[in-house]
Design a binder for this molecule. Sequence first.
Ligand SMILES: [Zn+2]
Length: 257
Amino acid sequence: MSKEARYRRDIVHFGRLLHERGYVAAMDGNLSMRLTGGRILSTPTGMSKGALRPADLVIVDLEGRIVAGRHPVSSEIAMHLLIYRLRADIGGIVHAHPPTATGFAAAGLALDQPLACEMVIELGSIPLAKYGTPGTHELSETLRPLVSEYDAILMSNHGVVTYGDTLEHAYMKMETVEHFAQITLVTHILGRQQPIEKKALEKLLLARSRYKGVNSAATATHYGSANGNHQARASTGERLHPRGIKDGVRERQRTKA
Ligand SMILES: [Zn+2]
């Protein structure tokens, strides 16, 4: 089987998983992979990710011009192309609307508190990008400042985008984001959060840089500082955990300055 044929099979497979898990409804969501020669293999627009066939996929160049395929390309292709242009290490991208993480994005809340160690190891922290109209250049621009430092981004009032060296890793990050959003939601229901303490967090971040590579690592200074909606974060954060990690971060930033 050729590399392109394998990639087509992968997109169909992970698209079906997104649909089965309820991370997308109707024709929502899109997936892509980087082929050789500056070409990108993408899902088409207007088709359910649960019922794609390998032949439905579309190939575009890095300017978004269709190179091969019978269908129009995903309306969010500009977002995918921006990520491929900014991150040479990225081979696959997944965009979906998983309900809990998208709920946080609709509430104006980033997932940027170190509440679970697996989460710190896997993704560091997950920032919230400002709102941008779907399918427009505006949407890509809201992501631009965050792409180089994060592998998963909440998109305000919209959904989530994750990316990795392979499509499988990008998909796994989407599962991790939604799982962590569910855990965070439970802490909101319980009315309190107990973020991992500074020293323990530094150990986890060290492990993360060792195992995952520094390119994709969000450092300790990213916790509580990357939210696109500072007001929402400050009000929620202060209500839930007055002496959380953010205070330590602020202290360190002051020392640096
Ligand atoms: Zn979307």
